[in-house]
Write a protein that binds this ligand. Structure first.
Ligand code: BG6
Ligand code: MG
Length: 216
């Protein structure tokens, strides 16, 4: 059992439901290229960087593109995605997220954001929750995508807490793996059938309490 001193949160699918916007935008791109992507395939895109997601999608569609074409396709997807996130409001914070962040702060725990997204600043500002985090690490600060633990290790370092005293909250298979690769505990947000490697799975942060951290 670990004594948890810090909580590191993924953003998309944990704090806000932007996972659906990513899926919509990738699906639209795939459709324009003449194929489709399923929800099951989409599980493998969660937590994965923009360019790596594109590589996987092109592979699933059996399509080969030049690097220049790939840049253009990723930009096209991101433009649609940004159009959607620019319309976000504080109502789109997932149930229990703000309450659990506040409970962590009240319990004296440190909090960090650990997201692969390069759009995290826009999202945090739109929904108004940046002030809940002692450190913010996102896709602009890291070079190695999840399941590499870089994003979470940088978060722990910025908080000044050893990795073994940190717990990561993740909706992505790659994110749970990244937490474990960094020597951290992982609480899965979603389904236990999908997040089989997580130390604990809850359907959302509304089902999480500071007391449950002691069981990890
Ligand atoms: C992760 C999402 O948080 O960020 C992925 O789960 C996404 O789906 C990745 O591809 C990168 O996001 P962005 O906003 O930089 O394209
Ligand atoms: Mg996520």
């Amino acid at each position: 059992m670990a004594i948890i001193k810090a909580c590191i949160f993924d953003l998309d699918g944990v704090i806000v439901d932007t996972a659906v916007y990513h899926y919509k935008a990738w699906k639209r791109l795939a459709n324009e290229l003449g194929f489709d992507i399923t929800e099951e395939q989409n599980e493998n895109l969660k937590g994965v960087s923009r360019m790596h997601s594109l590589d996987l999608i092109l592979q699933w569609g059996g399509v080969t593109k030049t690097e220049a074409d790939k840049e253009e396709l990723a930009t096209r997807k991101n433009t649609w995605y940004v159009e959607m996130i620019n319309k976000m409001t504080p109502d789109e914070i997932l149930p229990g997220a703000k309450e659990f962040l506040q409970a962590c702060i009240d319990a004296g725990l440190k909090t960090a954001l650990g997201s692969a997204s390069k759009n995290s600043e826009t999202i945090l500002n739109k929904v108004g929750i940046a002030h809940f985090f002692n450190a913010i690490i996102d896709g602009n600060k890291v070079s190695k995508p999840k399941p590499d633990p870089e994003v979470f290790l940088k978060g722990a370092e910025e908080l000044g807490i050893p990795p073994e005293d940190c717990v990561v909250f993740e909706d992505a298979i790659a994110g749970v793996e990244a937490a474990h690769n960094g020597g951290m505990k992982a609480v899965g947000i979603g389904s236990p059938q999908v997040l089989t490697q997580a130390d604990l799975v809850v359907s959302g942060l509304d089902k999480m309490t500071v007391e449950k951290l002691a069981t990890l």
